[in-house]
Design a protein around this ligand. Structure first.
Ligand code: BGC
Length: 352
């Protein structure tokens, strides 16, 4: 027994050393990658790094906006799209903290764990958060959606779609990332009939909650792993056949819910989603999605880079407030065609 325990112990130690080794190699490799990218930049030009939260297609328009601003303001822009999760993002940020970029725009995936790193960066560079904030840190400002208000709006859309009441499944990425936490809290407050709390932090409770006609039967969390979104909905539908409404708070959730409902041959379940992925817009057209709240990632990217240049150069483009919030478009069957036209125009302008 003691021998078995010691064997397990030494195996555990060997594993830890291997993991540590991999982490160190990973760190060195990423730092080298960051340096390599930066060494190709022109002298004297403003250098900005743009770090997304993931490689989700959602980020494409944000990157487009950032690179349009970079062209306009003669900035060298480096884009980093972590593919392996928050740890990889932290490694990229650590690499950048030692580099000579002038400014960084980042969507922090783990703002609490990354707080000291972000504060360290803000000590020597201009730092803005995009899409999701890191409150309490020394970042210069946030550009994105008012995520609590957007979540609250999603909750009121449930009430509009289901005036007689609803049994709701909320699918979320994570409450670690601040936009997920705020949207989730907004949805819950609206469904439970609480007045808007302007984003005040309340205790996170992912269990079932009810208020009269509306109840949150389950909350599915996928930790930002899009591949898990559909199986989690399928599982929740099987476990709770009473679910008649799904609120998906990240861009990939509505498409996942549409697919899960089709596979389960379930009709009469209302979906409220976020953003404007093609599958979501098609779902609005077909009536499978009641409404989607589309953010404006193009302008997040554009504004972040433009303001970073302003902060770096002390020019008029510098932001005047701590957060720059863009409203969400509420896309419904009634305006989806007009919305498509508008977005096509933005993309055409962006592509020029
Ligand atoms: C969120 C992003 C997230 C994306 C994922 C969006 O709604 O704002 O933070 O990365 O969904 O698809």
């Amino acid at each position: 027994m003691a021998e078995a325990a010691s064997k397990t112990g030494s195996r555990g130690l060997r594993m830890m050393i291997r993991l540590l080794g991999l982490l160190i190699i990973g760190n060195i490799a990423f730092t080298a990658y960051v340096w390599n990218k930066l060494s190709t930049h022109g002298e004297g030009q403003t250098r900005i790094a743009f770090v997304t939260a993931s490689d989700a297609p959602y980020w494409e328009l944000a990157i487009q906006g950032a690179s349009d601003a970079a062209d306009e303001y003669d900035v060298e822009l480096d884009v980093y799209r972590p593919t392996k999760g928050p740890e990889e993002q932290s490694i990229i940020l650590r690499g950048l903290s030692h580099s000579n970029v002038d400014g960084i725009a980042v969507s922090p995936a783990q703002p609490d764990d990354q707080a000291s790193l972000l504060n360290h960066i803000a000590g020597s560079k201009k730092l803005v958060t995009i899409d999701s904030d890191a409150p309490g840190t020394r970042r210069h400002f946030f550009v994105g959606t008012n995520n609590y208000a957007a979540g609250y709006r999603a909750g009121t859309l449930v009430k509009e779609a289901k005036p007689d009441g609803a049994k709701v499944l909320v699918t979320i990425g994570t409450t670690v990332q601040f936009n997920g936490r705020q949207r989730w809290q907004g949805v819950v407050d609206a469904l439970l009939g609480r007045p808007p709390q302007a984003g005040q932090d309340v205790e996170i409770s992912l269990g079932p909650q009810a208020d009269g006609k509306y109840s949150i039967v389950a909350t599915a969390t996928d930790a930002g792993d899009r591949a898990l979104a559909k199986p989690l909905v399928t599982e929740a539908l099987a476990k709770h056949p009473e679910i008649d409404c799904i609120v998906g708070i990240y861009a990939y959730h509505a498409p996942a819910a549409i697919q899960a409902l089709r596979d389960a041959k379930r009709k009469g379940v209302t979906i409220i989603g976020f953003d404007d992925y093609e599958a979501t817009l098609a779902g609005v057209e077909s009536g499978e999605v009641y409404a989607a709240l589309a953010q404006d990632p193009y302008h997040f990217g554009y504004t972040a880079v433009r303001s970073l240049v302003g902060l770096h150069k002390g020019s008029a483009a510098a932001p005047v407030s701590e957060s720059m919030l863009f409203s969400c478009a509420v896309i419904t069957k009634g305006n989806v065609t007009t919305y498509r036209e508008k977005v096509k125009k933005t993309k055409t302008v962006a592509a020029k």
